[in-house]
Design a protein around this ligand. Sequence first.
Ligand SMILES: [Ca+2]
Ligand SMILES: [Ca+2]
Ligand SMILES: [Ca+2]
Ligand SMILES: [Zn+2]
Length: 240
Amino acid sequence: MAVNPLPDPLAGVAAAPAVDPRAGLFDIVIEFVGVWSEPLRSAFLAAAERIEAVVLNDLPNVAAPSADGSLMTVDDLLIRAELPAMDGVGGALGIAVPTLLRADSLLPVTAQMRFDADDAASLDARCAWDDVVLHEMLHCLGFGTLWAVKGLVAADGGYVGAAGMAAYAAIGGAGPVPVETEGGVGTARLHWSEAVFGAELMTGWIGDESHLSPLTVASLSDLGYGLAPRGAWAVDAAYA
Ligand SMILES: [Ca+2]
Ligand SMILES: [Ca+2]
Ligand SMILES: [Ca+2]
Ligand SMILES: [Zn+2]
């Protein structure tokens, strides 16, 4: 039996496992259901990247049902994105909520982002789609949606998470962070106060200008996420 004396230059290269750039780090996976245009879809990938730049720590893998009913391993957050026809431009925009929580940490395993297809097209035309997707994706991580279950809002409605309060103090605030009281179900108690924070991304109304602030990023650590060091946060220039 002859033995090839020459080393195969590809040996080991082909056998190397695919490198997962998010291995050991917090990873958001988007499952797009139905047909998506590239601009609408790319906003999701950009929002996930933006969040992954500040939320670093890996969470335990969890088995969760996939769209076809089979079990799949989720590491760390699976977001199902859907663009159904709803009531046309205006009216209902859609919903973004965690759909399955980890038993111990209560941090989401799966979440759903469902938008009226007509509103998505209209928001994209207004250049507001990127902001809306980032805003709604933060709700999927638990911003607002898990404040009550995590005990982060006081009986009087103020936000009392330690990291959020510290970030508020750093910009001159004192005491609990003001939370929205208007707008009814889906807005009140789930966002920062519009009257106080106006153009911040996580207020209840998104205008032409929306900025991700250190306050919102800090509040993610109150939920239980492990963040990158403050110097690595890619917050908007308005808050730099
Ligand atoms: Ca991970
Ligand atoms: Ca609508
Ligand atoms: Ca606003
Ligand atoms: Zn919201």
